[in-house]
Ligand binder design. Structure first.
Ligand code: ADP
Length: 193
């Protein structure tokens, strides 16, 4: 199954992706992790994106798209993926669909981890991610989520590919809920209409 996780910073995408990856035996592909890895290894791509990531701004679409193409196609050919962090805007979703559809690797189900904003700020401040995660950067990342990612939810909802779970529950409860929803989606996908 080809799954996209959508959630605000702090919504628990990373935790859920790991749990789901184990439960379903699918690789977890995180745009944020891949970008941070480039930054750490000081690759050319890493130095091009460092500033955006530190500010909490989105890096240019073409950079993420090109970085993800190979791993996504490979995972899809191997049985599916759990994609986390990309697509992240309506434009990325539309653009990715155009490219992915021809290869048969497009997202089949988008899982929205829904967490109230007050909880998010609290979680993010507690977690920190080093000195970059000041309260200003956290608030900015939440604003970018609200302005750029939230409109993408309607895109998947219109396509009837969106499922939503309450992400404020304990992680194990959230993953149980997600797995149950995915089971229903799997049944639907395997029933020809
Ligand atoms: P979080 O889940 O905490 O919001 P991520 O780990 O998904 O953060 O991403 C960290 C940063 O990487 C983002 O703030 C952004 O700068 C960059 N990034 C990740 N995915 C994308 C994307 N699809 N498009 C543009 N920038 C991205």
């Amino acid at each position: 199954m080809r799954i996209l996780l959508i959630g605000a910073p702090g919504a628990g995408k990373g935790t859920q992706a790991t749990l789901l990856s184990q439960a379903l035996g699918l690789p977890h592909i995180s745009s944020g992790d891949l970008l941070r890895d480039h930054i750490e290894r000081e690759t050319a791509l890493g130095s091009a994106v460092r500033g955006y990531v530190a500010r909490g701004d989105l890096v240019p679409d073409a950079v993420v798209r090109d970085m993800l193409r190979k791993p996504v196609v490979a995972a899809a050919q191997g049985g599916g993926y759990i994609l986390d962090g990309f697509p992240r805007t309506l434009e990325q979703a539309e653009d990715a669909y155009e490219t992915a559809r021809d290869l048969g690797v497009e997202v089949q189900v988008a899982v929205h981890l829904d967490v109230p904003e007050a909880d998010l700020v609290q979680r993010l401040l507690e977690r920190g991610r080093g000195k970059d995660d000041t309260e200003d950067v956290i608030r900015h990342r939440l604003e970018v989520y609200r302005e750029r990612t939230v409109p993408m939810l309607a895109y998947y909802a219109e396509r009837e590919e969106l499922v939503s779970v309450d992400g404020s529950a304990p992680a194990d409860d959230v993953s149980r809920a997600v797995l149950a929803l995915l089971e229903a989606v799997r049944a639907r996908l395997s029933t020809p209409t």
